[in-house]
Design a binder for this molecule. Sequence first.
Ligand SMILES: Nc1nc2c(ncn2[C@@H]2O[C@H](COP(=O)(O)OP(=O)(O)OP(=O)(O)O)[C@@H](O)[C@H]2O)c(=O)[nH]1
Length: 391
Amino acid sequence: MPIAIPKQTDTETMGDERIPITVVTGCLGAGKTTLINHVLDDPGDRSVAVVVNDVGEVNVDTELIQGATDDIVDLSNGCLCCQLQDDLRLTLALLRDSREFDCLLIEASGVSEPIPLARTLLGMDDEEVDPTDEYRLDTMVSVVDSVGFANAFDTETGQLRDAGAGSQRPLTDVLVETVEFCDLLLLNKCDVLPEDSLDEVEALVRELQPNAELIRTIDAAVPPETILETDRFDFEEARRSPGWKHALASARSTDHDVEHDHGEHSHREHDAETESVADRIETLVYERERPFHPDRLNAWLDDWDGSIARTKGVCWIAGWDDDAMGLNQAGPSVRCGSLGEWNPDERTTRLVLIGTDIDEDSVTAALDRCLVRPDEGDVSRKPERGPFPRR
Ligand SMILES: Nc1nc2c(ncn2[C@@H]2O[C@H](COP(=O)(O)OP(=O)(O)OP(=O)(O)O)[C@@H](O)[C@H]2O)c(=O)[nH]1
């Protein structure tokens, strides 16, 4: 593992003297290495150390980070969010013990999930080596390949296609997660798409992630202070920021435009800011206090409605009555499994569906047909070989 010797500089800073970490996430080919190269090219008066992660045996990105092959730590052959957590903790400790530098940049592999990685960096794994003794997580940057996003997100059908056939996890999952969990979004490769396509991509990205600052870039060219020492990151804020959480919170607090339907309600949200550029992208909140029939829900999940790009939420499913069943869909990847036991007062299905031209009535009716009917008797016995969990 080649470890670099970054330039020696004065590390005295005001207040918190721990080293700020900037994590760069994004799908394969989004422009993460390009961003890091750009920043290393002219980092101002900071010295920057870099950890680069690649899932393959050979870390191509280490080679590609220009003129800095001696200034980076190479963590290859595994993913920082799962197999290499221990290596990452130890690498950070070793780096800090042996070198002087002002900032640390971590390039996550194109398949790394951001939340487990952030948890490791925040010392939330309860391991002996705690990165927060010496480091603080400063910025989570998500580089979005606007061309790849436009290709993955079929604007005709509104569906996110799986760009990663054959991979362990569909890449659309990672694509959506890196957009949802970040505090800065670089919408990159803006030189390739026409303005109207960029507007569509930006509108969907905004629907998934309404909080983070969004900057359109070409060659990920941003001044170093945009991603280094920004003091932006807040774990709880980042966890709250996905668009589906906003929609859910808003549906709970808004009464005046809720449509009532047999004593229950569904609610469609319009975001005034995005409406002008992409008024076809919509968010539907579905809430019911009756359980789903497991087979009908499963059949509906198998035959996913093409207009829905993203769904997140919790379901009450007959037979799994004690379990709050989390539903997580991104494009063709549909997972559903227990999140733990229900709080008895809160056993209600709550789903947020985001997509293009969603036909609210037909989606709501289709979901309603999956509910247990009053004449069906007791279906609350968990079948021995039921359809859940779906992975
Ligand atoms: N046209 C165009 N190409 C870009 C832009 N940014 C990066 N590229 C190119 O896209 C390709 C992938 O860029 P990288 O920076 O290697 O992407 P990455 O996210 O590090 O890729 P992985 O390490 O494979 O995940 C390279 O050929 C870059 O030159 C851009 O804004 N416009």
